[in-house]
Every structure is written in C-alpha cells, then in structure tokens.
Design a protein. Structure first.
Lengths: 298, 287
C-alpha cells in the first residue's frame, strides 16, 4: 500500500515536472518556430507588405507571379547550377582527402586540422578576405598575373566568372566538412574486408569500388544530403562578395528572397520564395535517398 | 617510410612507378593544404602592412616591416569594441540559454512521463526539417511587433533553444541507466535535483559538444543579425565587418585586423577543443 501510494504520488509529480522541464523550450519553439512557419505559409497567400496593417488575400497569386518572374527563374537556375557543380566536387575532394589522411600519424592529424579549419571560420568574414584576394586592383592574384605578363581578370565583376568564383570559395569553405564525415566512416571499415578482397585478387581500384564505396554509402548519403541543403541555402558569400551581381549572375534564391523581403518589403512574395526553397530541399533529399537506396546491393 | 609499415596484403603492389606516384600525391596534397591556409595567412600578414604598401606592392606576401598600427586604429575607426561586445553577448547568451533549456527539455523527453510527450518529441523533430529561411520573414515581423529590433533580447530569445540540441541531448539521456535516478528518488531527491546533480555531470561531454557547436554557429552567423539589427551600435562582428567593408573609407589593413581579431576566439578554442568542434559539426552537418 505504502509503496503504491508513493508510486502514484511520484507519477503525478513526474507528470507535472515533465511539463515544467519542457516549458521554456516548448514556448520558444511554439512562438519563434512553429508560429512563424504557419504565418509564413499564410503570408505567401496574401498581398502582404511589411509595416502595413491590412493585407489582401490572394490565394496562389504570389506563386503564379513567381512562374512569370524572370528574375526568380534566374535565381533558381543560379542556385541549381551552384548546387549541381559544388556538391559532387565537394564530395569527390572530401573523399580523396579522407582516404589520403585515413591513417593517423602526427602530420596527417595536422593536415586534417588544416583542411577542417575553414569550416569553423565565419563565411561572411572570410568572404571579405576572398573579395580582397580576387580584387583586380589591390588583390595578390591580379598582381601575380600582371607580373607573369597576363592581363588580370576581375572575376567578381565578370558575368561569366562570378559564379565560378563563388563556387571555388564555397568549396574552400566546405570541403573539410565532407572530409570529416567520410573520415569517421572510413575508420570504421573493417580491415578484414580489404584483406579478403586482396585474396580474391582485387587491385587498388577494385578495392575502392567494391569495398570502400559500399561501406561508405551511409556516410556519403549523409554528406551529400547536407551539402545539397547547405548549397541550396547559399547566401553569406554571395551577399558579401557580389550582392548577386554582376547582371544578377550570382543572384540565388535566398539573396532574392532577402531582396524582396527586406529591400522591397514584399513579405508575402518573399515567403513564397522561401516555400519554393523548402520544396526544392525536400525533392532533392528524397531523390538522393532514392539514388543511394537503388545502389543497395545487400 | 619502410615497406614493413604497410599491412602485409599491400606490400605486393609496390612497382617502380609507385614511388613517383606517391611523391606526386604528397606534393598535390601539400599544394592543396597551402591553398586552404592561404586566405588566413594573407589576412594576418596584410593586417601588418601599411596602406601605401598594400597599394604599391599588392603581390608581396610579407610586409616590409611589421606594422601593428591597424590593431591600434581599429578601435577608433570602427566601433570595434562594441561589435565585439555584441558578438560576445549574442553568441554567449544564446548559447548558455540554449544549452540550459535544451538539457531541461531533453531530460523531460528522455526520463519523465507526461501527457503529450510523444507529440512534443515529434514537434521538435519536425522543426528540424524546416529550413530557417522559411521563418525569417515572419520572425522579423514578430521581433518588430515586440519592439525588439536592435536589442539583445531580439537577437537572443528566438535562438534560446535548439531543436537539434534537444534531440541530441535526449539521445544521450536515454542511454543513462535507470538505476542511477531510481536510487536518488528513493532517497527523496526531487526531479530538479536529479537533473542537476546526477544527469548534468554525466552529460558534460555532450553539453560541451553542443555548447561549442551553438557558440560557433551564433558567433559566425550573418543573416540573422543582419536582419534583426540595423543600427551600427547593435551589429555583431560578421555583419558589422561586412557592411564596413563595403565603404571605401575603410583601410584594408584595418579591415584585415578586424577579420583576424574576430576569428581569434574560435581559433584559440579550436586549438584546445578540436574534438568538440568536429563532433558537433559531424553530427549535425549544419554549416
């Protein structure tokens, strides 16, 4: 009797305690995450201007307007090109680095830190440094080209070179992330698998294709899904280095959303762009899950 | 390096070309490593140059003489002390609150029973899937309506919990043996006592990983402070420096000194706690 009474009191106390423990986080999530998500969807269905009290319901008109907005299609195309080029290169370099630096010695550990260091730096701040490095008048790359007798190129102000420059800088920033994910997975591949493959007559390439890659499938999927999400959200480096220029050639979905939301004050239209981004992220994540499962042989 | 260092099954493969390829591989790796560190090296060395030097010889890596003038002038040419303070208050405050609230919520979700628990857990998981750009525009409106634009509370409160943090700490608390808190409960300890003096000490490595990860994200964040602050007085380092860098009045050496100083706290932390940085980033994958 005494025991069950204690248990009952404990359970009731437990229940109240549970809610109290959860309360701060729950309140913040409801007010600053869940409510804004719902409001964002609602805004996207309205002619909603920031700082205006009355909003007109539009239905899907914002989304229809997007379909006819050439600047939106341009931003979408830039974002997709950026992602499609950046992600595979990032995975390939990350994989090469991980394989090369797999065995631990004092200097592979040192090199891992070197490749990882850009990941922890502020992209906005380092983008200032990169803009300086690539500057045609005071930058070192232009100076070196001049001293070699080559006409220096001002990549960030050249329509065809601005996006490649942004891609290069993004690879510099994020390659270490992929390397770290794949390193952790590589170190879990049992040595016995490689030995067995050698006994079966597999060369280095055969081992890579039949042992390394299949054992890394989970890690590659994770690295690739995250890299795609981060790439689709590209903003900091573009805002600092080109502001979307020259001639909108580096404008991306998020910089266009920022422009519409915080320069034109068209909250509803900006929210609609954000929802397109969300749908794109979902679609590409599902697609990658499919691709990686398709190769599932076991 | 001798052949004996390799696993036995690899020794057979060493041909005459092997040595050359191997050397080429290392050279390539070192060139790539140089490319990775170059922006940091350039940043630091340029901060030690004079403005005349930067314009006269933009291709020179090393400064003619070490000139620490930029590190003196940055405090007067920019409101740099204020930017630094803002970054510390924002990143420090948001991180401390988030680690505390996340661990409370995680404890409830892992160890306590209450109505709506499963629903709350799924809610946390669901918010992880939504990119934060979705919430940015309405959040600005909310912060504006609260009259919180250009305030610390506007920067910090929406960042005072993290769905990822709750999820990660919950996964940790679930693995702690039940006997530990059952014994304390028999001794009459309340839930907060159990959480505070049994669970938190056990969770120290997980809390450190989360803390380092959140601090890094907030310290480096650009878009959020850019949106929530418009006065120079309230900018954080990345947003402040980026906006000053767009003005022609600012000297390059001063700007590079600012970039160097703003990187310094994380660089020092990385030197001593690299493990926590790697763990945090490897488990979430964000940024």
């Amino acid at each position: 009797m005494a025991i069950s009474a204690t248990a009952g009191r404990w359970r009731r106390g437990n229940s109240r305690a549970g809610l109290m423990f959860l309360l701060p986080s729950l309140l913040i999530i409801l007010v600053f995450v869940v409510y804004p998500i719902v409001q964002s969807l609602w805004m996207s269905l309205n002619d909603w201007s920031m700082f205006q009290v009355v909003h007109r319901f539009l239905g899907l008109a914002n989304y229809v307007e997007l379909l006819h907005d050439r600047r939106f299609w341009n931003a979408l195309a830039n974002t997709v090109v950026f992602t499609v080029v950046t992600v595979p290169v990032q995975i390939a370099i990350g994989l090469l680095l991980a394989i090369r630096l797999m065995r631990s010695s004092w200097w592979t550990v040192f090199l891992r830190s070197v490749f990882f260091f850009p990941v922890i730096s502020s992209f906005a701040t380092m983008a200032i440094v990169w803009r300086f490095l690539l500057s045609a008048d005071v930058g070192p790359t232009a100076a070196w080209m001049r001293s070699l007798g080559i006409a220096p190129i001002d990549a960030l102000h050249t329509p065809n070179l601005a996006l490649p420059a942004i891609i290069l800088v993004s690879l510099w920033k994020n390659v270490g992330f992929t390397m770290v994910i794949l390193l952790a997975a590589l170190q879990d591949v049992p040595e016995s698998l490689n030995e067995a493959a050698v006994l079966d007559g597999a060369g280095a390439w055969g081992r890579f294709i039949h042992v390394t890659l299949p054992s890394l499938r989970q890690a590659l999927l994770f690295a690739s899904v995250i890299a795609v999400i981060v790439s689709l959200q590209v903003f900091d480096q573009v805002y600092v280095m080109t502001r979307g220029g020259p001639l909108f050639r580096t404008e991306t979905l998020v910089t266009y959303m920022y422009e519409q939301g915080f320069a034109e004050y068209r909250s509803g239209y900006a929210a609609a762009i954000a929802w397109v981004l969300f749908i794109l992220i979902m679609l590409l994540s599902v697609l990658q899950l499919r691709i990686f499962r398709y190769r599932d042989v076991d | 390096m001798s052949t004996d260092a390799l696993p036995p099954y690899l020794r057979a493969e060493r041909g005459p070309l092997h040595g050359i390829l191997r050397a080429l591989g290392w050279i390539l790796l070192l060139v790539f490593a140089a490319f990775m560190v170059f922006p940091f090296v350039w940043m630091v060395l340029t901060s030690l140059k004079t403005q005349q030097e930067i314009f006269a010889a933009p291709g020179n890596l090393l400064p003619g003489a070490l000139d620490f003038d930029a590190y003196v002038r940055i405090w007067s040419e920019l409101p740099f002390a204020r930017l630094f303070l803002n970054s510390i208050v924002f990143a420090g405050g948001a991180t401390a609150l988030s680690v505390f609230f996340d661990s409370l919520a995680a404890y409830a979700l892992a160890r306590l029973d209450f109505p709506g628990k499963t629903l709350a857990f799924y809610l946390v998981l669901a918010t992880l899937m939504v990119p934060y750009q979705i919430t940015l525009i309405p959040l600005f409106q909310t912060v504006f309506d609260l009259h919180w634009l250009n305030t610390y509370q506007g920067l910090i409160v929406p960042r005072a919990t993290s769905a990822f943090g709750i999820f990660m700490l919950r996964q940790f608390f679930v693995t702690v043996p039940r006997e530990l808190d059952a014994a304390a409960r028999l001794d009459g300890a309340g839930e907060f006592r159990i959480y505070w003096s049994i669970m938190l000490p056990l969770a120290r490595p997980a809390l450190a990983t989360l803390g380092v990860f959140l601090f890094m994200n907030n310290w480096n964040d650009f878009l959020w402070p850019l949106v929530i602050t418009s006065s120079t007085e309230m900018r954080t380092l990345p947003a402040g420096l980026a906006l000053f860098s767009g003005q022609f009045v600012i000297e390059h050496a001063v700007l590079m000194a600012g970039a160097t100083l703003s990187l310094l706290p994380l660089a020092i932390a990385f030197l001593f706690a690299q493990r926590y940085f790697v763990q945090g980033i490897a488990t979430t994958g964000i940024k």
